[in-house]
Design a binder for this molecule. Structure first.
Ligand SMILES: [Zn+2]
Ligand SMILES: [Zn+2]
Length: 362
């Protein structure tokens, strides 16, 4: 209390931050805590750019506190461990996701669902238990309790692994929880961006029959030939949508802009479900009759607990699930944000933090 931040958190860190709602990022010096007994400190090598980062730097959701250092698809190599750390040692390949803390006493935490803990601490744009702000992975290093660190298997390249830590777990967890992970299930994926393209890969690995539903007919060929989807529906084509009525066991809806649910509800079989994982800035309209007629469900899902996040990474490693990425230098981040806003990326930007942060910040 009353201490200067650098007294409480004496380890200097460098990153890139947005300072206002323009969302423009620029070099930023701050501090992180010393390595405590259960902490792992790691040098950041790569960080994915999630759509949440874009929403956050522009305060689209109305709860941004500046300055913001975004980034919750963070991977790197351990440089220091606290005296009580059991799972990691210096040199290990690790990552951090969207969660950096939770209460560890509530029912959710006891069930390895830190992601639904009411006192969950997000990796950036949130307040630590000691009152200081959390800063994410657009920076040179991070420190976290080992509970919030995952191990990256050796066969997964670190740059490719980064997007799994948000896009991967955000789609893997609902496929599992809502029972869409069985061979032969008919699974729809709405929106073919960072989340959607990984959802296709996980659903296919589970043995599902996957349909991509998109407004862009131009994405059809790639969805099928490159990502492995079984079919493609153009959502603005009434004949195609009509023909697919009542065919889907479940739909993972990754769209983060306001969109209509009604046509998606008609695609569901009885007892089918739409699981929303995107975050539109305004509420969606929920038409009730298509829900009632067929006992359908509209549900949500937010990342996954730490145990499941590790399980997802291990599953991705065993099944060769690798996000499609465009690796970019740190000083390209503002252009990348503009391109992301236009959907102009296949399919995830990954910042080459390890090789380019220092040069871009000096
Ligand atoms: Zn994310
Ligand atoms: Zn809790």
């Amino acid at each position: 209390m009353g201490k200067a931040p650098e007294e409480e958190h004496p380890v200097i860190a460098f990153g890139w931050a947005a300072n206002d709602t323009t969302g423009v990022l620029s070099p930023f010096k701050f501090s992180r805590r010393v390595t405590e007994d259960e902490d792992v400190r790691f040098k950041i090598l790569y960080c994915g750019i999630c759509h949440t980062d874009l929403h956050s730097v522009k305060n689209d959701w109305g709860f941004s506190t500046y300055p913001i250092v975004p980034g919750h698809e963070v991977v790197g190599v351990v440089t220091e461990v606290g005296s009580k750390v059991q799972k990691y040692k210096v040199g290990d390949r690790v990552g951090a996701c969207g969660i950096i803390g939770a209460c560890h006493t509530c029912e959710n935490c006891e069930n390895n669902l830190e992601n639904y803990c009411l006192r969950m601490i997000q990796t950036y744009n949130n307040v630590n238990y000691d009152g200081t702000m959390t800063y994410g992975g657009y920076s040179d290093h991070m420190v976290a309790n080992e509970r919030y660190i995952v191990r990256i298997p050796d066969n997964l390249p670190l740059d490719v692994a980064a997007p799994l830590l948000c896009a991967g777990i955000t789609t893997y967890s609902p496929l599992r929880y809502y029972g869409l992970d069985k061979p032969g299930m008919k699974v729809g994926v709405v929106g073919l961006g960072g989340l959607g393209h990984v959802a296709v890969k996980f659903a296919k690995a589970f043995g599902a029959i996957v349909t991509v539903i998109s407004t862009s007919p131009s994405k059809k060929q790639e969805a099928i030939e490159v990502l492995g989807a079984d079919s493609f529906l153009v959502s603005s084509n009434p004949e195609e949508m009509q023909a697919a009525m009542g065919t889907s066991d479940g739909i993972i809806d990754t769209v983060s802009a306001v969109h209509a649910l009604v046509s998606l509800l008609f695609l569901l079989k009885s007892h089918g479900k739409i699981i929303i994982v995107g975050g539109p800035e305004k509420p969606l309209e929920l038409p009730v009759f298509p829900l009632i007629m067929g006992r359908k469900m509209v549900a949500g899902s937010c990342v996954g607990g730490m145990k499941e996040t590790q399980e997802m990474i291990d599953f991705a490693s065993k099944n060769n699930i690798t996000p499609q990425i465009e690796v970019i230098p740190m000083d390209y981040v503002n252009i990348a944000m503009e391109r992301l806003a236009k959907g102009d990326v296949k399919y995830r930007f990954v910042l080459d933090v390890g090789n380019t942060l220092q040069a871009a910040s000096s």
